[in-house]
Design a protein around this ligand. Structure first.
Ligand code: ACO
Length: 430
């Protein structure tokens, strides 16, 4: 696979390393033999410079602000596909034809029901439980109803696991929400589409059947697609890392949810709204004040929804969401003061040399919360919605990793800076 080499000169000699070309984008230097031949390891905190696998799922050109899923532009995918179509694309590498899509949709729809014993599982959580904690626990819990431990690597069972997770996640997410507001769980309706079902299970209850608004369905579909995959981000790397130990798909995905929950990753959508809300409510929290705090090296405050490990340009997903947030609010004849504040804050940040010099632009989380709010979701559900969207990406990576003969258990090295060996003192001498 390698068609060129790179030479690394060290004090104790030099080493030739294979260089792998990518279809588009950056080539990679194969350092696998480096430690064995030179005794050196590489130092790369956060793996910002390390490719951990060959992957054919998603390509990002961070400088140009381009995102491709299986070669298709995100803007086109988001405007022309359904979420289940995108899930199929990510998992199987091609867009489904009409027949394949119908089969895929009906297979997913047929499995949306949770085992009835899961009810008591939801009941056992305290009302105040964060829905992300419920979601990841439930993802592990539903695995106990299936055969995932016996033959987790058989191809047909991997496919079955993928369908099970994608089918049941909206029901789990909606039930986690119902639990948090003390309303009865709503069962899925097999005659409804994926997004319609989720909205109904979330917003209807036995005495009030919330009408399904096509504008909301379209917005939700688009939001899920925009979150569907983003190559080796923190949560996907976690899913791959856990899966590399041959852990089953369910528990690998549940671990990814833990990573996504963090405010520097998917939890940022909730943190963005907190910041915008404080500018709105608190006279002391001004836009210039926030920009000044974000720039202050002695303050760990960050402008949430700004910056990205991969994009040194505007995140293309943020552009689509910002436009759509306005459209949805207009169609509902609503206004959201936080959208105006977000735009003002964005303009102030982009005009500031600190942000320009560091290429800090809005990321996907900057405007997504405003759209989630417009759709009627409370703050605590935002990261759950991101999770629903990201699920097919995680599964696609888990599957790709399992089929890849180069996969090895994830086990980084370290540069040890602790004590060298020393004598153990008796307790009375310490
Ligand atoms: N506000 C202020 N300064 C920032 C921000 C921000 N949001 N993001 C980065 N910086 C600064 C850093 O302080 C650093 O400055 P320095 O060079 O003077 O030390 C420089 O920009 C580079 O930042 P790093 O933290 O090294 O970049 P990294 O790639 O490790 O982090 C991250 C990326 C975590 C997304 C970061 O930009 C951040 O914390 N953003 C806010 C949280 C957020 O929006 N997360 C969602 C990301 S998208 C997603 O996960 C779905």
């Amino acid at each position: 696979m390698s068609d060129s080499t790179a030479r690394l000169d060290l004090d104790n000699g030099s080493v030739e390393l294979d260089v792998y070309q990518s279809t588009v984008g950056q080539p990679g230097i194969d350092i696998r033999k480096l430690r064995a031949t030179t005794g050196h390891v590489t130092f790369d905190p956060g793996f910002g410079n390390t490719a951990s696998a060959h992957s054919a799922i998603t390509y990002i050109d961070g400088a140009a602000g381009i995102l491709l899923h299986r070669g298709y532009r995100i803007e086109e995918v988001a405007s022309k596909s359904s979420f289940l179509e995108v899930a199929y694309l990510l998992l199987y590498g091609t867009l489904p034809n009409v027949g394949e899509l119908l089969t895929w949709e009906s297979e997913i729809n047929a499995q949306t029901l949770l085992n009835e014993e899961m009810r008591s599982f939801f009941d056992a959580f305290p009302r105040r439980a964060h829905p992300m904690a419920v979601l990841s626990s439930a993802t592990n819990a539903i695995s106990t109803f299936y055969d995932v431990y016996r033959r987790p690597m058989r191809e047909d069972e991997i496919d079955a696991g993928a369908r099970t997770l994608i089918a049941k996640m909206p029901t789990i997410a909606a039930w986690a929400y119902k639990k948090s507001i003390g309303e009865p769980y709503v069962y899925p309706d097999p005659d409804l589409g994926y997004v319609e079902n989720f909205l109904r299970m979330t917003f209807s209850n036995p005495i009030s059947d919330e009408p399904i608004d096509p504008v909301k369905v379209k917005a939700m579909n688009m939001l899920l697609i925009l979150h569907a995959d983003h190559e080796m981000n923190c949560s996907t790397a976690t899913v791959r890392g856990v899966g590399s130990s041959r852990a089953n798909m369910f528990t690998s995905v549940a671990a990814g949810m833990g990573a996504l929950w963090g405010p520097l990753h998917g939890g940022a959508n909730q943190a963005v709204i907190d910041q915008l809300q404080s500018i709105h409510d608190d006279p002391d929290a001004t836009i210039p004040g926030m920009i000044a705090r974000a720039k202050d090296r002695n303050d760990d405050f960050r402008l949430m929804g700004f910056g990205h490990r991969v994009y040194s340009n505007y995140d293309p997903r943020a552009r689509v969401i910002e436009k759509f947030a306005q459209e949805v609010l207009d169609s509902m004849d609503q206004a959201d003061p936080l959208l105006d504040i977000a735009r003002e804050l964005e303009a102030a940040a982009l005009a500031d040399p600190y942000f320009a010099e560091r290429n800090l632009y809005p990321n996907v989380d900057y405007y997504s919360g405003i759209l989630f709010r417009a759709l009627g979701f409370p703050l605590r559900m935002f990261t759950v919605l991101f999770t629903l969207g990201r699920l097919p990406g995680w599964i696609a990576h888990w599957m790709e990793m399992n089929l890849d003969s180069e996969t090895k258990i994830m086990r980084p090295r370290q540069i040890y800076i602790g004590e060298a060996e020393r004598p153990y003192p008796a307790i009375e001498d310490r």
